[in-house]
Design a protein around this ligand. Structure first.
Ligand code: ADP
Ligand code: ZN
Length: 741
């Protein structure tokens, strides 16, 4: 028997399977997906690799084929569907097979499981009392301490005894020897989220909801596999539909994966699933340790978990009998990987569902233009949930023209209306959320005289002002003291342009000194706990105003919030890529959706210098279809996705001249291809971020109606540039990029 092995060396040239003999003593253990140790190259260096196929015969001279040396100890086998998924990822997004394999196997090693040790008394309290007295007489202080504690609590955790009680393991062992106590161990799964299980109220589905559930189930019964897109505002009952569909799959003995954006992976959201499904739910998230991840993997393998909830990597949960994949908030850009291979979770989920014969459900209040386009073409089945089931109405939205405010002499960050509404809410003791687009960008400083923006010399992004008087770069950490002298024209006119979250908080404190504020941004939420504790405080009414970046708009339900202020919509509107309008619209609608979730109706104030921008006007009216029609016209006109396809090619290196030259060479290569006729080419040009951490970045964009053309171009460039033996420069590909370079 022979095995085809993908070696664990990420290099274009080695990106093909190598054949090895499976020695007899390993024949029962080597399977597709096994991580094996193999001798490689002239020196027979031992390296590892994944078995991707097992064959009986072989085209080579068996005498020249080497043997597999062994199985990597403690390794975790890749599931065969996941291997197929890896192949899909490699082909579709361009990466080496080994990187694709690593992507689909987030858990690679067994990690020793945490053991919960306890010390338990073997004797009744009166006997223990006698022993304690004896220990006291013999001046065995530690022993006495422990026994007296055991009289009160006959079952104490081992670590508490050796830690807080300062009793040594020797002392414990001596008592064990004399049968006074015993040490009990149990293997525990590290549970990433601690829940006490509350009861969930079972609701009766509305007609709209029943229709979706029935349609999906009927299609499945008839052997029809579809993708379903549920377009419904927050609170319209999407999650209830998900839970029903999951329940139906569980009853068939199948499993479910539900993706939610990391940022929405909150206690509140996950609790509903634990409440409904109990312990068969598990969660993974990026802040988990390797050990915690391994435990999740093991629980899945042991059949203890049937529902996995998590961000995009949860797709690679090795279920035996997957039945459904749900992607909530499917428009979120975090579903696109930001490292190579730059896969999109929605596309990979489509493939996974095809491989496993599962059903794919997408849901969003503001579907991605990509998915809505597919629905309009009949590729996805579209469903709408139209009303808020909680009974309350949509908020009233005001758009405030900041140019007018400025003309009228209001130079503060709040329009007259927002200021008035904040006072009003504070008086009524209702809560307020103030939303600012992004840290960093919002803190930039510029010269009022010449317009110069102060930037990082290494990263070419604006530096942002911090309260400690420093200007900082959020990419590389470079910092200089703030000075109001312009580095270019030397006028003393450098000032902050727009406030960051912190400045808004300062401003609020000055204007409304009695208001209690909480701030949530990347700075104040370094750890998950901070993030959750801020949200919990706000939910408990420990503050009147929550100020934050986009993280505060995702999936949290605050019943007492009746006012949402979007302080500067312009920052989203003016981002430099073709999805800016889409993203801005989504953010505005989502932020607005935060107001009036409880009994009192909500109001929303959008402040902007561009009140006529279509993303603003459609968001004002909560008109998704109107926005879609406008946006898709623009995409059609420009051949942008989803109408066309876009390939971003990024060329990077530490020498500007060489990067420039290579980008020209690549560009010329493309010009000579027969596909050139059908495609559009932009660039080469400097990337938006033309220099990051002293690495120069140039980009070329290719547009084409056929995705296949882009794959051909990528393959061609890879093949041609292989001859150059590039060491200092590198070329990266991003298919239908979402976050720009
Ligand atoms: P979404 O996921 O679209 O935000 P949810 O499914 O979370 O919506 O529903 C919003 C609220 O309405 C939840 O509290 C949920 O329990 C409740 N709900 C959902 N469906 C129904 C229903 N058919 N009848 C009554 N309440 C419902
Ligand atoms: Zn920098």
């Amino acid at each position: 028997m022979y095995a085809k092995v993908i070696v664990d060396i990420s290099h274009e040239k080695l990106d093909r399977p190598f054949t090895y003999i499976i020695p007899d003593h390993l024949s029962s253990q080597v399977e597709e997906g096994t991580l094996v140790e193999i001798p490689f190259g002239a020196g027979n260096k031992i390296i590892s690799g994944y078995v991707t196929e097992i064959t009986e015969g072989c085209d080579y001279d068996p005498a020249k084929i080497k043997e597999i040396k062994g199985i990597v100890k403690g390794s975790v086998k890749a599931d065969s569907n996941l291997i197929k998924l890896a192949t899909f990822i490699r082909k579709t997004y361009g990466s080496t097979q080994i990187n694709a394999l690593k992507t689909v196997t987030p858990v690679k090693k067994c990690i020793r499981r945490e053991v919960n040790k306890r010390v338990v008394a073997n004797m009744a309290p009166d006997k223990l009392y006698f022993l304690a007295e004896e220990a006291s007489r013999k001046h065995k202080n530690a022993q006495e301490r422990l026994i007296r504690e055991l009289i009160k609590y006959p079952d104490i955790s081992y670590s508490f005894i050796t830690g807080k009680m300062n009793v040594s393991a020797q002392t414990i062992n001596a008592l064990v020897k004399n049968d006074v106590i015993r040490v009990e161990t149990e293997t525990v799964y590290r549970n990433p989220i601690k829940v006490e299980r509350p009861d969930d109220k079972i609701v009766e589905l509305s007609e709209e909801q029943i229709k979706i559930v029935n349609d999906v189930n009927t299609d499945l019964k008839n052997g029809i596999r579809n993708t379903y897109l549920i377009h419904g505002i927050t609170g319209s009952g999407k999650t209830e539909v998900y839970m029903h569909l999951i329940e139906d799959r569980l009853r068939e003995g199948k499993q479910a994966i539900m993706l939610i954006p990391e940022i929405a992976l909150t206690y509140q959201n996950v609790m509903r699933f634990y409440a409904r499904f109990g312990d068969q739910v598990s969660v993974i998230h990026s802040k988990m340790t390797q050990g915690e991840r391994y435990d999740q993997y093991l629980k899945v393998k042991e059949g203890k978990v049937n529902i996995m909830i998590g961000p995009r990597s949860a797709l690679f949960t090795p279920f035996d009998n997957l039945g459904i994949v749900i992607i909530d908030e499917e428009h979120e850009s975090s579903y696109k990987a930001d490292n190579m291979p730059k896969y999109h979770a929605r596309e990979v989920a489509e493939k996974l569902c095809e491989l496993t014969d599962s059903v794919l459900i997408l849901g969003s209040a503001t579907p991605s233009i990509d998915s809505y386009y597919k629905a309009s073409k009949g590729i996805y089945k579209l469903y709408k949930l139209n009303s808020r089931l909680t009974g309350n109405t949509l908020p009233k939205v005001y758009v405030e023209d900041m140019r007018e405010e400025y003309k009228n002499g209001n130079k503060s960050v709040f329009s007259v209306r927002l200021h008035k509404l904040i006072s009003d809410r504070l008086e009524k003791r209702e809560q307020i959320m103030l939303f600012l687009n992004r840290r960093g960008i919002s803190g930039f400083v510029s010269c009022r005289e010449c317009g110069e923006v102060v930037k990082c010399p290494h990263c070419d992004v604006s530096l942002s002002y911090h309260r400690d008087g420093m200007l900082k770069c959020h990419y590389c950490g470079y910092e200089i003291p703030f000075s109001n002298e312009c580095p270019k024209c030397h006028a003393q006119k450098v000032k902050g342009f727009k406030a960051g979250t912190q400045m808004i908080e300062d401003f609020v404190r000055k204007e409304f000194p009695h208001a209690l504020t909480l701030r949530m941004d990347a700075d104040s939420t370094k750890k998950t706990e901070d993030y959750e504790s801020i949200l919990a405080k706000f939910a408990n009414n420990e503050a009147d105003i929550l100020i934050g970046t986009q993280m505060i708009v995702k999936g949290h339900d605050f019943k007492d919030v009746t006012l949402v202020g979007i302080v500067a919509a312009d920052m989203a509107l003016n981002a430099e890529d073709y999805r800016a309008g889409e993203r801005a619209f989504q953010q505005l609608v989502q932020a607005s959706g935060r107001a009036g979730r409880g009994e009192n109706p909500g109001e929303v104030v959008i402040q902007t210098y561009q009140p006529d921008h279509y993303a603003v006007t459609y968001a004002e009216n909560q008109d998704y279809e109107g926005f879609y029609e406008e946006e898709i016209k623009y995409r059609e006109l420009m051949m942008y996705p989803p109408v066309g396809n876009l390939l971003g090619i990024q060329i990077t290196g530490d020498e500007e001249k060489r990067v420039e030259k290579l980008s020209r060479v690549v560009s010329d290569m493309i010009d000579k291809m027969p596909e050139r006729e059908k495609i559009g080419k932009i660039g080469p040009a400097n990337a938006t971020l033309s220099k990051k951490c002293d690495i120069y970045r140039r980009v070329i964009y290719i547009k084409s109606y056929e995705y296949e053309d882009l794959i051909k171009i990528k393959d061609f460039i890879e093949k041609e540039t292989e001859r150059f033996k590039l060491t200092k420069e590198s070329i990266m590909f991003d298919f239908n990029p979402m976050n720009g370079f």
